[in-house]
Design a protein. Structure first.
Length: 136
């Protein structure tokens, strides 16, 4: 169950044969995101379990889930952009049904991220799922 925005990323990855090109593409996705307002970079939005500084700010409006985020690491900003493509604009009740591991596996991310980055990615997914469960 992937959003059209995530399917676009999957299609882009299919055209990029080299992992370095894919890595750069993820970074570019992060650079294209608007930065999170500094006022939202507070302990309540900080994600524990990440090697770098990560903040996720979820919003549920009319039953639709969205989040913005930021990180001090370029690749992590890119991973946040990928997760936004995966989850943003879903009904809040559908967020928990997304098999993030399977969807992200389509991009081959786990094969090319360090253990710390993979753990951080899991921590971000868990935060997203936890917040969505609270609102559902």
């Amino acid at each position: 169950m992937a959003t059209p925005a995530f399917e676009d990323i999957v299609e882009d990855f299919e055209f990029l044969e080299d992992w370095e090109d894919r890595y750069r593409h993820v970074i570019e996705q992060g650079k294209a995101m608007a930065p999170l307002d500094d006022a939202l970079k507070v302990p309540a939005t900080k994600v524990d379990g990440c090697a770098s500084q990560v903040w996720l700010h979820p919003v549920v409006d009319g039953g639709t889930f969205r989040f913005d985020g930021d990180s001090d690491a370029l690749i992590v900003r890119g991973l946040i952009a990928v997760l936004r493509a995966l989850y943003n604009d879903l009904p809040v009740g559908a967020v928990a049904a997304v098999d993030a591991g399977a969807e992200l596996a389509r991009l081959g991310l786990h094969d090319h991220l360090s253990a710390q980055r993979s753990n951080g990615l899991r921590a971000m997914v868990e935060r997203i799922r936890d917040v969505a469960r609270e609102y559902a």
